[in-house]
Design a protein around this ligand. Structure first.
Ligand code: ADP
Length: 420
């Protein structure tokens, strides 16, 4: 069976699409349709047509611009591109030819002659322009493109500005809501603690000790909400550059001791090994202990969440020049290289949203996508750097992930010394 010749028709009017498709298919052409320029260029790449019919008045890129773009691609430099248009104004034909069209057909088509016209262009027919005319219309074409480009850049800038404004409004709203929530939560927290003390201290004969599990449950819930709100407040402070650090001299080994105490239960429950090395040897650094503890907890917490039971996490420190390099290496699921640039963004999570949990420890139990944003904000506020390395999972075995944190020993040190 002879191979059908392929014709791509770029046209946004469905009635014209249908008519041309019917006429050409009756002549045994294979017809492909696209209703705007970018889709048309993609379809041309996919189908490698023998001829392209091009409407001129299209939304987005117009027919002349699409033709010029196609001509710049070597695959389409030589194929016939024929303008098929309802616009018959003065100079339109010349402009289409100058832009790279081989011919200019008008709509409505004459069905009887249309097939012959298409066949003749397929056989090499080409409408010519006088050199002077061609130059004149090319200049006009170039000027029109530059003017449209200018308009588009202006539109894009305005749209970006608007997006930034919306993003700022969103951050302000999130910050405001979390501050508003914190006030009543402090009350709830106070009463829940009081209740726990009262129940705990009450004499046995009052019979309120059976309430203890309920009160404990209440406190766990309140503690989780507080943690979530603290995360949101921290993230919004970081976004607005309002993180106020209380800098003092501190030993990282003390933070790590706290961390190990905090995580002992979770590590045990998940059968994970935490190997700590080098912290006793590094000198004290200048930093805010509370915030640095938060950053470290987020990173090690992630290592726990994304490492299957039975795995290991290595937490180590070493002096590099006038900074301390902390690395947190896990034997977990890894992070694909294409995602590594985005994991530090606000609310960015890789795991499906249905795995979302407020648990600090469940395997693959994703949180709100703020942990790394907060960690990076805190480390950068200390003039440090954080980055990740992981080969990403190949599906058959875990590749592991290592987070690297570089913190200057002294806060007077500029960011320049903190190099990878
Ligand atoms: P979350 O609080 O949801 O865990 P984070 O900002 O801490 O959000 O992390 C963002 C995403 O980065 C997570 O959803 C997870 O997919 C990925 N991620 C972070 N740390 C690790 C790790 N150690 N191993 C694998 N994936 C990780």
């Amino acid at each position: 069976m002879p191979v059908k010749r392929r014709i791509l028709y770029i046209e946004d009017d469905p009635a014209s699409q249908r008519l041309i498709q019917r006429v050409l298919e009756q002549s045994d052409y294979a017809v492909y349709l696209a209703d705007e320029g970018l889709a048309g260029i993609n379809l041309a790449r996919e189908t490698e047509p023998d001829l392209i019919l091009m409407d001129m008045n299209l939304p987005g890129m117009n027919g002349r611009e699409i033709t010029t773009r196609l001509r710049s691609l070597s695959a389409f430099a030589g194929i016939p591109i024929i303008a098929l248009t309802a616009s018959t104004g003065s100079g339109h034909r010349e402009q289409a030819l100058a832009a790279g069209c081989n011919g200019y057909l008008t709509k409505p088509i004459d069905v009887a002659t249309f097939r012959q016209e298409v066949a003749s262009f397929l056989q090499g027919r080409r409408e010519e322009l006088e050199a002077e005319d061609r130059l004149h219309h090319l200049e006009h074409h170039a000027r029109t493109i530059v003017a449209r480009l200018e308009d588009k850049i202006r539109e894009l800038k305005a749209a970006n500005e608007r997006l930034r404004e919306i993003d700022r409004l969103k951050s302000d709203f999130i910050g405001l809501v979390s501050h508003e929530l914190r006030t009543p939560l402090t009350l709830v927290e106070g009463y829940a603690n009081l209740l726990a003390d009262t129940v705990g201290n009450a004499p046995d004969e009052l019979g309120v000790h059976s309430l203890r599990p309920l009160v404990d449950g209440l406190n766990v819930g309140v503690e989780r909400i507080s943690r979530l709100i603290a995360d949101i407040i921290n993230a919004s402070r970081i976004a607005s550059g309002d993180l106020e650090l209380g800098i003092r001299s501190l030993r990282l080994t003390e933070l790590v001791t706290f961390l190990m105490d905090d995580l002992a239960g979770v590590l045990d429950q998940r059968n994970l090994r935490l190997e700590v090395s080098g912290f006793d040897e590094v000198p004290p650094i200048e930093g805010d202990p509370g915030y640095l503890y938060t950053a470290l907890t987020n990173i090690v917490g992630n290592a726990i969440k994304y490492t299957p039971d039975g795995g290991a996490i290595a937490l180590s420190a070493a002096v590099v020049g006038d900074a301390v390099n902390i690395s947190v290496a896990d034997t977990g699921i890894g992070i694909p290289p294409r995602e590594q640039g985005r994991i530090f963004d606000h609310f960015y999570v890789l795991e499906p949203i249905e795995n979302h949990t407020t648990s600090k420890s469940a395997f693959k139990g994703g949180g709100m996508g703020l942990g790394l944003t907060i960690a990076r904000g805190i480390i950068e506020a200390h003039q440090g750097r954080i980055w990740v390395s992981s080969r990403g999972s190949d599906g058959s075995r875990e590749s592991g992930t290592t987070f690297h944190i570089l913190l200057p020993l002294h806060q007077s040190v500029t960011g320049d010394t903190a190099t990878q």
